[in-house]
Design a protein around this ligand. Structure first.
Ligand code: NAD
Length: 294
């Protein structure tokens, strides 16, 4: 049993913290809004009154927050995790943030004798609920090994991908692929519907051929039903496309299709659809084709 402080109990964080409690760990959660903490308590965890309270006595601290400024504030800010946790504590940030912020957190933690991993995830809300996430970890091999008993309760594919920040770089590539794939699946759906094809049948056969992918398998049914309840919000994917673009520029590589997918995601965000699931890219394709979005 490990004493774990868990900060950020949103769509992803709450089921992850609950799975850790279910596996027998002693989990104390903290979230900005109290309702999420009550839900964790109902699932075997404890609630804390502040970040510093959540990390008190913790051997491992996990953060699952929206964006880079949130992680900076919670990890590096006054009264934050690095201020409050004991030397030797293992800090695992599982949010999706900029790789350079992950490296700053690693440096700040190391200066206080803490061990730090960036370990963003893929697999969505269902992957978090089922403890079947893919977890891409950056940091030292020794810290990765020390995190195994915790990470194995959250995911089925847990891979060390390199030093501090590398987990976030791999996650950025993941988001590039996911955005582009959703856009192509959306275009295929509008194309098929315009031809009057049995779209359910088409999706079934496409999902198992060379065009098969996780979006067709897991998201297409929701897209056909125009069910855009999140899931993964457009505003978060918009944030991630910004990370991808900046990281590509830094490396001196071009991502023409990624840039286009990023612009379409930005359009959804700008027109007020930031709270919808990222599959709402389908709405844009319908409108660009002169077909009324439903
Ligand atoms: P979310 O907005 O549902 O959850 C974030 C939680 O953090 C919220 O409950 C919010 O109240 C809390 N929070 C924010 N600032 C805080 C602070 N200072 N102190 C305490 N709590 C604070 O977001 P999510 O969908 O759970 O995503 C979390 C992270 O995981 C993001 O970086 C996202 O990009 C990434 N991610 C999400 C998914 C997904 O499918 N939703 C999948 C993979 C990765």
């Amino acid at each position: 049993m490990t004493r774990i402080g868990f900060i950020g109990l949103g769509i992803m964080g709450l089921p992850m913290a609950a799975n850790l409690a279910k596996a027998g760990h002693d989990v104390t959660g903290y979230n900005r809004s109290a309702a999420a903490m009550e839900r964790l308590v109902a699932q075997g965890g404890r609630s804390a009154s502040s970040v510093s309270h959540a990390v008190e006595g913790a051997e491992v601290v996990i953060t699952m927050l929206p964006d880079s400024p949130d992680v900076e504030a919670v990890m590096l800010g006054e009264g934050g995790v690095i201020d409050s946790a004991a030397p030797g504590t293992l800090l695992i940030d599982m949010s999706t943030i900029r790789p350079e912020v992950a490296r700053q957190v690693a440096t700040g933690g190391a200066a206080r004798g803490m061990r730090v991993l960036d370990a963003p995830v893929s697999g969505g809300e269902q992957g978090a609920i089922d403890a079947k996430l893919s977890i891409m970890a950056g940091g030292s091999e020794a810290d990765f090994d020390a995190a195994q008993p915790v990470l194995q309760c959250l995911g089925t594919t847990v891979v060390h991908v390199g030093p501090a920040g590398a987990g976030q770089t791999v996650k950025a590539a993941n988001q590039l692929i996911v955005a582009g794939t959703i856009e192509l699946v959306a275009e295929a759906i509008v194309f098929l519907e315009a031809h009057g094809v049995d779209t359910e049948a088409a999706v079934r056969v496409l999902a198992n051929g060379l065009a098969g992918n996780a979006i067709l398998q897991r998201k297409a049914q929701g897209m056909l039903a125009r069910d855009y309840r999140p899931g993964f919000r457009v505003e978060l994917h918009h944030k991630d496309m910004g990370i991808v673009q900046a990281a590509a520029r830094e490396a001196g590589v071009v991502i023409p299709l990624g840039a286009l997918a990023g612009q379409l995601m930005a359009s959804l965000q700008s027109r007020g659809d930031g709270g919808l699931d990222h599959t709402a890219l389908l709405k844009l394709v319908e409108e660009l084709s002169g077909r009324s979005a439903s």
